[in-house]
Write a protein that binds this ligand. Structure first.
Ligand code: SF4
Ligand code: SF4
Length: 122
């Protein structure tokens, strides 16, 4: 982030025309007002839950097994855990983060999460 900040200020200071001098304003302004968001994303977390690579869908253990999410999932990512009848989970490898299951569950039992440092997760 420091490098982007420095580079933006250098471009603004060295550009010969007004377009170049102001081209970096969106970057500098968003750094000023949304620095927490940038830092969270560097740590792998999207607080607004809008970056697909940084979110996960989790099914609550209170799942009623109505199977509505199974039907709407376009990738077959909602599965029953083998050997644990009644335990439903989302296969992260298959999930396309389309939100269909979240919007469909009549009981609101699907949660969307975004954790810091997801690459450290086992
Ligand atoms: S977000 Fe979409 S792809 Fe992922 S489990 Fe839900 S319905 Fe399936
Ligand atoms: S729609 Fe909700 S209650 Fe039904 S199977 Fe999916 S998570 Fe469980």
């Amino acid at each position: 982030m420091r490098e982007i900040d420095d580079l933006s200020r250098a471009i603004a200071g060295l550009a010969l025309c007004g377009l170049g001098q102001t081209a970096v304003n969106p970057v500098l302004t968003s750094f000023q007002y949304c620095r927490d968001e940038y830092q969270a994303h560097v740590r792998g977390k999207c607080p607004a839950l809008s970056c697909k690579p940084l979110i996960d869908f989790e099914i609550n253990t209170a799942c009623k097994l109505c199977r509505a999410c199974f039907v709407v999932c376009p990738t077959g990512a909602v599965k029953l855990r083998a050997g644990q009848e009644g335990r439903v989970f989302v296969d992260r490898e298959l999930c396309s983060k389309c939100w269909a299951c979240y919007e469909t569950c009549p009981f609101g039992l699907i949660k969307v999460t975004s954790e810091e440092y997801p690459w450290l997760r086992k």
